[in-house]
Ligand binder design. Structure first.
Ligand code: SPV
Ligand code: MG
Length: 287
């Protein structure tokens, strides 16, 4: 099958087991994540912008992020959850975003409560939040704009990123659920899981919670599930591995003057053909 069917993100969450998600920026990364057993792929704004050597700072347009997410979804048998930053502007932009993503077959989007233009959460700089009221309004717009019941909206609060504390994070997360969010994402740049753990202890469980353990990586998935998390996103490990791997590969060829030393450790061309589904495509010639 050249094009594959995939469940919606809502269906995957409904299974009730911890949903493990890997970040990617293209179909190749997404397919490798699927083959490794991940349940969904995060179309990461950090990854998609880094793949163009541009900052994750609302520089790329919605159309460019959508193209990246749609290209991933076309190749996958698991759903994409699209990182849609702040919704690319005001309420009108949010409505257009939902129309376009849903029409492209994306079943879940995530929108964060920072001001547009936003800056990556780990980059320091201005991490000012939109008012709770205005972000709730954006969430209501997503719900009004979606065509199917299936479409899933994750509301992400950056309250902890902005140092506003757990009380504010909880207050905002509850308000976002009341506005219609299907899940909340609590982001943190803390070196330990403590603040996220406290958030989870105090959360009343009215909607699934999503976490992104980038700065607090030493939390086993089994313990994450026990702590009450529904979805865990490994947002940029693939990108960082790509950087390390390409760097050492290219440096090795330059250093040795040939690529012999690498041959054992890099994927054979045949494996690339497999990822391209070459055989299935060639079979079309004989139909
Ligand atoms: C992303 O992967 O783009 C995210 C997560 O939004 S973070 O980079 O931690 O903000
Ligand atoms: Mg992002």
């Amino acid at each position: 099958m050249l094009r594959r069917n995939y469940p919606s993100f809502r269906e995957v969450v409904a299974k009730g087991e911890l949903v493990r998600v890997a970040g990617a920026h293209d179909a190749l990364g997404g397919v490798l994540a699927e083959q490794a057993g991940f349940n969904a792929v995060w179309s990461s704004s950090l990854e998609v912008s880094a793949a163009r050597c541009l900052p994750d700072a609302s520089v790329l347009t919605m159309t460019e992020y959508l193209e990246a997410a749609a290209n991933m979804q076309k190749a996958l048998g698991i759903p994409v959850i699209a990182d849609c930053d702040t919704g690319y502007g005001n309420n009108l932009n949010v409505a257009h975003m939902v129309h376009e993503y849903e029409a492209a077959g994306i079943t879940a989007v995530c929108m964060e409560d920072k001001l547009f233009p936003k800056l990556n959460s780990f980059a320091g700089g201005d991490q000012t939040l939109l008012s709770t009221e205005d972000f709730c309004s954006k969430i209501r717009v997503t719900k009004q704009a979606q065509r199917t019941e299936e479409f899933f909206v994750v509301a992400r609060t950056e309250a902890l990123i902005n140092g506003m504390g757990i009380d504010v994070a909880l207050e905002r997360a509850y308000a976002y659920v009341d506005a219609g969010a299907d899940a909340v994402l609590i982001h943190s740049k803390s070196k330990t899981k403590d603040e996220v753990e406290e958030f989870l202890e105090r959360w009343d469980g009215r909607r699934p919670v999503v976490i992104v353990p980038t700065t607090y990586p030493d939390w086993h998935a089994d313990d994450i599930a026990k702590a009450g998390v529904s979805v865990v996103i490994y947002a940029n490990q693939g990108l960082r591995a790509t950087v390390s791997s390409l760097r050492s590969t290219f440096e090795s060829i330059q250093r040795h003057g040939d690529s012999t030393a690498l041959e054992e450790s890099i994927a054979p061309v045949k494996e690339v053909f497999g990822l391209q589904q070459l055989q299935a495509w060639q079979a079309l010639e004989a139909v």
